[in-house]
Ligand binder design. Sequence first.
Ligand code: 5GP
Ligand code: ZN
Length: 117
Amino acid sequence: MDENCIFCKIIKGEIPSNIVYENEYVCAFKDLNPVAPVHILVIPKIHIQDLEHVNKENVEYVAKVQEAFKEVAKIAGVNESGYRVICNCGKDGGQEVKHLHYHLLGGKKLGTKIIND
Ligand code: 5GP
Ligand code: ZN
């Protein structure tokens, strides 16, 4: 855990969030500034900076995140309608919070473009 990381603080319950699902490895909570009717952040419960920092020691947590998407989608009611998962990495990827996280977006038909430039 990184004591200066806001997502680690959310995991520890030190700052409030709207958690929709969690287990031993994964926490999923509503994004503070949603860009779609469903916008949930799914994160591992250990501090991994980004995809560049996934390794043999922490990959189990990342695998558990992959496994959790369908649970989160079901809870959010988008498992049948569909959804998009986005992971920003680093400066050019537009990553603002330096704790690996996946945006689960849905609740409407999303545009076909996956980038804005
Ligand atoms: P990034 O740009 O790093 O991929 O996405 C960071 C996301 O975290 C943004 O969508 C932003 O709205 C969200 N966010 C930032 N701070 C907080 C917070 O304290 N609580 C919650 N729930 N979301 C946050
Ligand atoms: Zn963290």
